[in-house]
Design a protein around this ligand. Structure first.
Ligand SMILES: CC(C)(COP(=O)(O)OP(=O)(O)OC[C@H]1O[C@@H](n2cnc3c(N)ncnc32)[C@H](O)[C@@H]1OP(=O)(O)O)[C@@H](O)C(=O)NCCC(=O)NCCS
Length: 191
């Protein structure tokens, strides 16, 4: 059993109705993590506005959820109106949860989802000083190149196949059940 499963945590996609969980997670990021995530310092109101557009334009947000709270997230965004050959990814892990492999796990899911959508170039826009992202990208055999103080990670996902599609579909079914349970928990808490 993995460290996360022991802690009662689960990885799943967020539903559009769960944007407040995403917002609360981003608001909990400390100053340094916020600056690394958005490439500059951002205010609470910026985050609130950003999170309110969570699933605009078909973005997918993968989350690590523990006790009903999102503790880490990875966004996969298409570039342009339709899913094409290129997409963008961004990652955030709350300070107390960093360095436990969550970013690595989330990147695996983002790469699989990108692959299943026919993306063959995934950009990660990170500050050049972001050694952790570079370490994770290397683990996934990403090509990294530096551009004007940013690291543009170029990941070349493989073609989708039966197993990558099935793995995402199975995980989505489990994710759906867990989302319903999380919703029930929130309703009971609020009652
Ligand atoms: C960057 C971030 C997403 C990484 O997530 P994480 O869960 O902490 O990362 P992981 O634990 O999966 O992996 C981190 C790796 O970096 C390595 N690492 C940690 N500190 C390091 C350093 N100073 N130099 C080089 N490597 C380092 C770790 O050893 C680990 O590699 P390993 O598993 O081979 O040992 C997370 O720290 C975060 O949210 N930071 C703030 C926001 C951010 O930078 N977002 C990215 C912008 S797109």
């Amino acid at each position: 059993m993995s460290e996360y499963a022991r802690a009662g945590g689960i990885f799943r996609k967020l539903w559009p109705q769960e944007q407040m969980l995403f917002r609360d997670h981003l608001l909990r990021l400390d100053k340094a993590s916020r600056a690394m995530r958005f490439a500059h310092g951002v205010s609470d109101s910026f985050i609130e506005d950003y999170a309110s557009h969570m699933t605009d334009a078909g973005s997918t947000v993968f989350a690590y959820i523990e006790d009903g709270e999102v503790r880490a997230a990875a966004e996969l965004k298409k570039l342009g109106d339709l899913w094409g050959r290129e997409a963008e990814a961004a990652f955030s892990v709350e300070a107390a949860y960093q360095d436990h492999g969550l970013g690595t796990e989330l990147m695996g899911r983002v790469i699989r989802a990108a692959r299943n959508r026919g993306v063959n170039l995934l950009y990660m826009s990170c500050l050049a000083s972001n050694a952790k992202m570079q370490a994770i990208a290397r683990k996934h055999e990403a090509d990294l190149r530096f551009e004007l103080g940013e690291v543009i990670g170029e990941i070349v996902p493989q073609e989708p196949n039966y197993f990558s599609l099935l793995a995402e579909a199975v995980e989505d079914r489990v994710g759906f059940m867990m989302a319903v349970l999380d919703l029930q928990r929130r309703v009971v808490k609020a009652a």
